[in-house]
Design a binder for this molecule. Structure first.
Ligand code: IVH
Length: 672
């Protein structure tokens, strides 16, 4: 190969590798295997070895390897990196909307709704499609040159792909670390006796500000683009959402939560939706951002001091607060697991009064070095149980060590640590009323038999008064006796009886889950139902057969078999079936035509919730994913779909509207 041939080959490889990076990091839909990708990279390395003159900074071989810096250079931003004005409650958000609607004389303003990622802002400058420099925000006008470090982030393209790329283009976005990345990083740091980071934001900032890019390259940094700064060349886009779309086509990762929103109502709805979703996201966000979508309107509104007048960050209430840990008590769970719980001086966290927080287990208390009397940070995220994040050691004065009790505080049986396990358990089994109560509560919970109105206070009375001894007894409850309980009247007693009656028509998956077999969660229960189709098949199956299901390992298989071999459990199941529990025919039939088809749902459906749709699809053997890939078979598309809709069109995925979706369900014998 001569130099000219090598030059052509290198150029070709850069292009192919950039395209595969885009498929992998942006579309989450790789077209080649890792081995094939490595082969391409190896080919490039070999040519570069023979022709070192062809090595350029935008070569994918050059992400890591730059020499450490003595200090970061300062960079002046051509377009300042501004911050956003904040709204902390609905009134402030409404005022923002009304102000700009008035100024623009537009009553139905269109916005780009985005999540507010909690990382650090960077500006990445591409010249002729090649990453040239990258800098931090700094004070908004001058930042630090972190080009070497930004280059190590695999998600950030070194070369842009696609058409109509401006000659100069400054991409703005957030560098952040996912929850999983954060946990892995801290575990690694701990093993190496290195600094433990307090939160993902600090970890991201600390990782990006390393003088040695090799260290940065070992940190799990991610990136999400949310706008552009300076650019030269033509960019004929009139809406911010179009800019985001365009950035994605050029190979940059953008948030899959971004959405075009029309009018105030939709903005408020988006805020609520994202609030609900927050705890399920893979990364931290601290609010949502609304940007006036029309670029001309943005220009009309302009800026005040350091913030654009056309955008606002509607922030979540802070989800971490400080309070004092007054005591540690233990709770007994459904399977006897003892969980230490922190009793706290009441504190308001993200809008809810918190009195207790879980401490998980004894190892966790030791790891976090928590003592009774300590001042602690409490975190609450969405509907997740509040937890103690860390102790403020500087405030520690009079503290006491927590000791695991030797006997169960509820039934007095011994508390033992299972060999090789973290958890302590009460050995009392169902003779321990705490375990009995929890088993009943689990049975009636929303994702199990979904018995509305059977709360903890009622269950405690039912078992305490010996009206109910096990889950099967629920079905012989009499309304008259029930109405005599505390907090119960005739009306609520009759409602509860009705709820118990109607829960009897259920699905096999829900029933299996409701039984509370140790370590059999919702998805394992579903896998069992989909595989075996009938309860008898599951009861009679062997360990080998159970293990042949992809979700089930040897421990869970053993739990299942041992559960169904206990006489007491068999008796209770018989009683439940006699009481009239029956499974939706669907579950019993052998095969559904949706078996193994993959669905994604977007937008809001009118006659059924997304959660319910998902549950039905899963029960029919279909798979339900959260993002579109080329393996998706159908996108179910409701009102106001998000970017998934566009992506489905791009990838030529079949799109079903609500009516067609309901028709399919009907054909499968599902009635809503
Ligand atoms: S737009 C002129 N969009 O929030 C608008 N910022 O207080 C400038 N941030 O420094 C930013 N997610 O670090 C924008 N979707 C998003 C964002 C976002 C997070 C951060 C960014 C910025 C700060 C503004």
């Amino acid at each position: 190969m001569n130099l000219e041939q090598a030059r052509r080959e290198v150029k070709k490889l850069h292009k192919i590798i950039s395209q595969h990076n885009y498929q992998y990091y942006v579309l989450d839909d790789p077209e080649i295997s890792d081995t094939e990708y490595d082969k391409l990279l190896k080919k490039l390395i070999e040519i570069e070895k023979d022709f070192p003159i062809l090595i350029t900074s935008n070569s994918p071989t050059q992400r890591v390897g730059a020499t450490p810096l003595a200090e970061f250079k300062e960079v002046e931003h051509v377009v300042p990196m501004l911050s956003l004005a904040n709204a902390f409650d609905k009134d402030e958000m409404i005022r923002f909307y009304e102000r700009i609607a008035r100024e623009l004389n537009d009553k139905n303003l269109s916005f780009s709704g985005e999540t507010k990622l909690d990382g650090l802002a960077v500006s990445i400058f591409y010249k002729n499609s090649i990453l040239e420099t990258a800098s931090t925000r700094g004070d908004g006008f001058t930042g630090e040159d972190v080009t070497q470090n930004i280059r190590t982030i695999s998600q950030i393209p070194l070369n842009l792909i696609g058409k109509s790329i401006p000659d100069n283009l400054e991409v703005r976005g957030e560098v952040f670390i996912t929850h999983r990345g954060f946990v892995n990083l801290n575990n690694k740091q701990k093993k190496q006796d290195q600094k433990i980071f307090a939160n993902p934001r600090n970890a991201a900032a600390g990782s990006l500000r390393q003088l040695d890019p090799k260290i940065t390259s070992e940190r799990p940094l991610s990136f999400c683009a949310y706008g552009i700064g300076d650019y030269k060349g033509s960019l004929q886009l009139t809406k911010h959402t179009q800019i985001l779309n365009q950035l994605q086509h050029w190979g940059l990762p953008i948030s899959s939560e971004s959405k075009e929103l029309k009018g105030l109502e939709m903005c408020l709805e988006y805020y609520n939706d994202i609030t609900d979703k927050r705890s399920q996201l893979a990364y931290d966000i601290d609010g949502v951002v609304f940007k006036v979508n029309n670029i001309d309107q943005q220009k009309t509104l302009g800026f005040v001091s350091r913030s654009p007048r056309w955008a606002i960050a509607y922030k979540f209430l802070p989800s971490e607060e400080i309070t004092q840990l007054i005591d540690i008590e233990v709770q007994v769970g459904r399977t006897g697991t003892i969980t230490p719980v922190a009793r706290l001086k009441p504190v308001n966290v993200a809008g809810a009064k918190i009195n207790n927080a879980t401490l998980h287990n004894l190892d966790e208390i030791k790891r976090k070095d928590i003592k009774i009397g300590d001042w602690v940070y409490i975190r609450r995220a969405g509907d997740v149980i509040p937890e103690v994040v860390r102790v403020i050691k500087e405030k520690r004065t009079n503290v006491k060590e927590f000791k695991m009790p030797n006997t169960c505080p509820i039934c007095g049986s011994d508390i033992k640590r299972q060999e090789g396990k973290t958890a302590f358990i009460c050995v009392g089994g169902l003779s321990c009323s705490a375990q009995k109560n929890q088993a009943i509560l689990h049975f009636s919970s929303r994702k199990a038999m979904n018995i509305d109105g059977l709360g903890e206070k009622i269950v405690i009375q039912l078992t305490g008064g010996r009206m109910v001894n096990n889950i099967a007894d629920l079905f012989s409850l009499e309304q008259k006796k029930l109405s005599k309980l505390d907090r119960m009247g005739d009306k609520s007693a009759s409602k509860l009886i009705q709820a118990i009656k109607s829960c009897r028509s259920t699905t096999l998956a829900r029933f299996i889950y409701a039984l509370g077999i140790p370590e059999v969660g919702e998805s394992t229960a579903r896998a069992l139902a989909n595989h075996f189709h009938t309860l008898e098949n599951i009861q009679e199956s062997t360990i080998d057969k159970l293990e042949s299901i992809s979700d089930i390992g040897p421990i869970v298989a053993k739990n299942i078999q041992s559960f169904f071999s206990q006489k007491n459990n068999i008796k209770i199941i018989e009683k439940l079936l006699l009481a009239g529990i029956n499974f939706n025919n669907r579950q019993l039939s052998n095969e559904s035509s949706l078996d193994n088809l993959s669905f994604v749902i977007t937008g809001s459906l009118e006659s059924i919730t997304r959660e319910k749709s998902k549950e039905i699809l899963l029960s029919l053997g279909a798979k339900v994913g959260s993002s579109i890939s080329k393996n998706t078979n159908y996108l179910i598309c409701g009102n106001n779909p998000g970017s998934k809709y566009e992506k489905a069109i791009q990838l030529n995925i079949k799109i079903l509207d609500e009516t067609s979706f309901l028709k399919i369900l009907k054909k499968e014998g599902v009635t809503l």
